[in-house]
Design a protein around this ligand. Structure first.
Ligand code: CTP
Length: 430
């Protein structure tokens, strides 16, 4: 089971080149599931962002991905056996040095062992000696996940303060689909970073669950308006900013409903996701849920127009080369409707504005007029001249307040902008 320590050459392996001891030490426990191969991507994300990562696989995990892969990617020795290098008491040393433990994939067996405090390999020993935050990303077949034994074990872990991510829905190992897939590595990575940020805030005596008790409704993505069963009018919104808003609100304790239009992104953990296609579906979902929401953030890009008629069959080319005329009708303005019809004075409504400015007006002048027109409380203004922002992982914005304030957000991740938006929403509540 023992693997040789990395050779001198491995010290300059790609995963190691940016390792800095400044970032918290992470133990990455790998369970014995096929999704172990996806955890290589998670490991790369952790090492490339500067974490020193000690991989502790189970023996079953090594059936799927060998120790040499983990050792080369982490630059650290890898073993599943607590009797290797026993003079160094590895199960205590590794657990005590950990500032975050991430277990992925967390199989039904591993979850059961952790819930009952069993310690028959290096990973389960480490889980008992670690005193840092612990994150389990579950992956298994749907039946195993839904079994009352697994559900009881997950509840036990959660009652001890361990974060357990539900498996994602999608294609499973065989030909079947359902709940059971490992959440995307990018999602697990993002949550691990939030947990570390929470830990820092807690150490500084700050509240990390300041949105607890609030229900927030967020829209994301770009709507599609069908011309026929296979063609539609759409836009290039990726949904990333709306998903970041949902993820951060959930991490800060809010109950979150995300109405998502045609996004490819993985469901954020702990968020209720309602999929929609068109602006009218988005309108129905948002207006139908508005009264229950303490805050509504319209980060989606709804199409303003839709074809007046939708063909029930695929529109065919004609022999004479004539092209069909498409006449459009206007869609409802969701943000304006919920702002003008609001039934609660304690509700905060946030809009987004993608502006380019024109010959007569600056981006901010147009945005101020839009805030007035729409009647929302805050407007997050993106200058999209030159195609900026769409699809990117970062954002640059100015947040206008209906009271006349303007807060610049110079440049940063969409998660960071989401955090600033929720801070402003919380200020309005207070
Ligand atoms: N929005 C909406 N319903 C629509 C169109 C937009 O709720 N039918 C929301 C968006 O989610 C966003 C805000 O309105 O929060 C501004 O979107 P934007 O496209 O900038 O505004 P438009 O109203 O479409 O204005 P413009 O005439 O500048 O396109």
């Amino acid at each position: 089971m023992t693997q040789p320590p990395p050779t001198p050459g491995a010290a300059s392996a790609p995963g190691d080149s940016v390792v800095s001891t400044a970032k918290p030490n992470v133990v990455l426990g790998v369970g014995g599931g096929i999704a172990a191969y996806k955890v290589c991507d998670l490991l790369r994300r952790l090492t490339e962002s500067g974490h020193r990562v000690r991989v502790v696989p189970t023996a079953a995990a090594l059936e799927f991905v060998g120790a040499a892969t983990w050792a080369a990617l982490s630059g650290q020795p890898v073993t599943a056996d607590p009797f290797d290098d026993v003079h160094e008491v590895p199960h205590v040393r590794i657990g005590k040095a950990a500032e975050l433990v991430v277990v992925a994939p967390a199989t039904a067996n591993l979850i059961a062992k952790a819930a009952h405090g069993l310690a028959d390999d290096l990973l389960t020993n480490t889980l008992l000696t670690a005193r840092c935050p612990i994150l389990f990303a579950a992956a298994m077949h749907t039946e195993m996940w839904e079994h009352p034994a697994t559900q009881a074990n997950v509840a036990t872990l959660r009652s001890r303060g361990i974060t357990v991510l539900d498996p994602a829905v999608g294609r499973l190992t065989g030909s079947d689909t359902g709940r059971g897939r490992l959440p995307e590595p990018a999602e697990i990575f993002a949550i691990s970073q939030l947990m570390l940020a929470d830990e820092t805030a807690r150490a500084a005596g700050q509240s990390v669950a300041d949105l607890t008790g609030k229900h927030v409704l967020v829209s994301a993505g770009g709507t599609r308006e069908h011309l026929d069963p296979v063609r539609y009018l759409g836009n290039s919104s990726s949904g990333k900013q709306g998903y970041a808003l949902a993820r951060i609100a959930a991490a800060r304790g809010a109950k979150v409903t995300l109405v998502a239009a045609n996004s490819e992104l993985a469901d954020p953990a702990g968020v209720q996701v309602v999929p929609v296609t068109s602006t009218r579906e988005l309108y129905d979902e948002i207006t139908g849920r508005a009264v229950d929401a303490d805050a509504i953030v319209m980060a989606a890009a709804p199409a303003d127009f839709r074809p007046a008629d939708v063909a029930g069959h695929k529109i065919k080319k004609t022999a004479d080369g004539s092209v069909p005329a498409v006449s459009l009708v206007q869609n409802p303005d969701i943000l304006a409707t919920i702002s003008h019809d609001r039934r609660r004075t304690d509700q905060v409504i946030v809009g987004f504005a993608a502006e380019t400015g024109d010959e007569q007006h600056t981006v901010i002048e147009l945005a101020r007029a839009k805030l007035e027109r729409k009647g929302c409380d805050l407007l997050v203004v993106n200058d999209v001249s030159g195609g900026k922002v769409f699809g990117s992982d970062t954002n640059e914005a100015v947040i206008l307040d209906r009271d006349g304030g303007a807060l610049p957000f110079p440049s940063g991740s969409k998660d960071a902008l989401a955090g600033v938006i929720w801070n402003l929403v919380a200020t309005h509540w207070h």
